[in-house]
Design a protein around this ligand. Structure first.
Ligand SMILES: Cc1ncc(COP(=O)(O)O)c(C=O)c1O
Length: 506
């Protein structure tokens, strides 16, 4: 029964259809005007921002949010956008500015933004043909293109929300393919087997591999970390001996993850040699090229990915080194048949017989059901800019990283930890001949001070328990002068803090 008393006391709301993106002329006009207002705000952000961060602290912003009651009377869009300016736009971190070199965020190319506009308005869902039609073919063509650039002849794959999801898919497939083939055990039906399954990756691989093992019920301890050499690349002899020791312990090595571009050092594991070991022990090889994927388009440095075509699967983050907006990533496999291991069917969505009728879909290969049409952004970028231009942008960032490394190396106030590789440099403020200083504490606070000053943004990481600073250089519009200025800011803060008592060691 309906509660009529409640119905009667409800406020009657006028149904304003112009809020819907529909055929209604009023709705179209509203769309044009409102999107124009949003674009103006973005242009304001791009033009007015001179530093990457305002330096705002959570305790400054939280009271503003506390004042807002989301059940208040709705306001005109201009006013809502004015409010958003104070709450968000004035403080949003500006990745497009050359003094932002902290995390793996790239400035984005305009065709990608054009794509976002179309994706959002048309709102296709890339799970099934009947929710996307040509969109599915666009995604499939881009997956085929990526597979082809990698060197897979019979590849397939799917766009994902990012490297984390792509790496999860890799761990899922290596687990299921192994148990199906070698233990005659169908995890989908029977759950996890009793055998101890192990995955190998370098000590500097992305934390998503351990997270995937945890999510997949293997446990984080299923991941065996392999030491790296002085260039932060996996030691292949250590890999082989770790696999052998695992076998001796009665465990079941199921796969290895090689990283093409580690998050902190940009180092690329020796893919060829790792592929040979994976093939010798008949285990899956996944290449996490979330960062290094951009090398596929590079005329100068593509050779750094040599051997990648020997892998079973690859992660590529277009939202890192292809200058695409978040999210835009793909998981690509060498053997298209293997994806059937993770297919699930629902009568309402993707019944088994639909395939026989020739309807392509992506949901059979995906962890997601409703899925953004991220592929369109890369499509428009390739069609409008071309892969050479993207590759040239990426080459430029690698050159810039080398130049920044030279500057740091030549500086008496800084110690560079890693040789330049792709886009990452790890270093710290450590003055020659200065003793009695707690460099760990000091570097941690230099980064914090710069963060709240906002003139530039760098990242932080740890190496063997010590605190370091990090540059991640993904902006091709930077110049050596930007690095000089950032280093000078860091040095200035270093000297300022160094004289304080709290950084002295007695
Ligand atoms: C090497 C590597 N793999 C995977 C990821 C995860 O990517 P995402 O942040 O897109 O999930 C990252 C992120 O930094 C990464 O550096």
């Amino acid at each position: 029964m309906f509660d009529t008393a409640t119905e009667q006391t409800q406020k009657s709301v006028k149904l304003d259809l112009s809020f819907l993106f529909s055929q209604d002329p009023e709705s179209r006009l509203r769309y044009i005007q409102d999107i124009g207002k949003a674009t103006d705000r973005v242009l304001g952000f791009l033009k007015d921002r001179t530093k990457p961060f305002s330096g705002v602290q959570p305790h400054d912003l939280k009271p503003l949010f506390e004042k807002i009651n989301l059940n208040d009377e709705p306001q005109p869009l201009e006013e809502v956008l004015d409010e958003l300016k104070h709450l968000y736009l004035d403080h949003a971190v500006a990745f497009h500015l050359p003094k932002y070199i902290a995390h793996l965020n790239c400035p984005v190319v305009v065709p990608s933004l054009v794509g976002e506009q179309i994706i959002a308005a048309i709102n296709s869902s890339l799970d099934t043909w009947d929710q996307s039609a040509g969109g599915t073919l666009i995604e499939q063509k881009l997956v085929d293109w990526t597979a082809n650039e990698i060197g897979f002849d019979n590849g397939d794959g799917v766009f994902t929300s990012g490297g984390t999801q792509s790496n999860l898919m890799a761990a899922l497939l290596m687990r299921d393919a192994y148990t199906y083939k070698n233990l005659n055990h169908d995890i989908d039906e029977e759950g996890l087997p009793k055998e101890k399954l192990k995955i190998f990756c370098s000590e500097h691989s992305h934390f998503s591999t351990k997270k995937s093992a945890a999510i997949l019920g293997l446990g984080q301890n299923a991941v065996i970390s392999i030491p790296t050499d002085e260039n932060f690349k996996m030691k292949v002899d250590e890999l082989e001996s770790a696999i052998l020791q695992s076998l001796i312990r009665g465990e079941f090595p199921i796969g290895v993850v090689a990283t093409a571009g580690t998050t902190d050092y940009g180092s690329i594991d020796p893919i060829h040699q790792i592929a040979d070991i994976a093939s010798r022990y008949q285990i899956w090889l996944h290449v996490d090229a979330a960062i290094g994927g951009g090398l596929l388009l590079s005329s100068e440095y593509k050779y750094l990915l040599d051997g990648i075509k020997k892998s079973d699967s690859v992660t590529i983050d277009y939202h890192k080194t292809f200058f695409q907006t978040v999210s835009c990533s793909a998981f690509v496999v060498k053997d298209s048949n293997v994806l059937s291991l993770i297919s699930h069917h629902a009568d309402y969505l993707n019944p088994k017989d639909q395939k026989k009728e020739g309807y392509p879909n992506q949901v059979d290969k995906s962890l997601q059901t409703t899925k953004r049409f991220d592929a369109l952004k890369l499509w428009l970028t390739l069609r409008n800019m071309g892969k050479e231009q993207l590759g040239a942008y990426y080459d430029k960032t690698i050159e810039l990283t080398k130049e920044a490394a030279k500057l740091i190396d030549a500086h008496t106030s800084f110690k560079l930890l890693n040789p330049p590789s792709l886009n990452c440099l790890v270093f710290r403020f450590e003055k020659d001949n200065s003793v009695g200083i707690d460099w760990n504490h000091l570097n941690k606070d230099i980064r914090k001070a710069l963060f709240y000053n906002g003139e530039a943004m760098v990242a932080a990481t740890k190496y063997k328990g010590d605190n370091y600073l990090k540059f991640t250089i993904l902006n091709p519009s930077m110049t050596p002068k930007d690095f000089e200025e950032i280093l000078s800011l860091l040095e200035g803060l270093g000297y300022e803090l160094m004289n304080k008592l709290e950084y002295k060691i007695n």
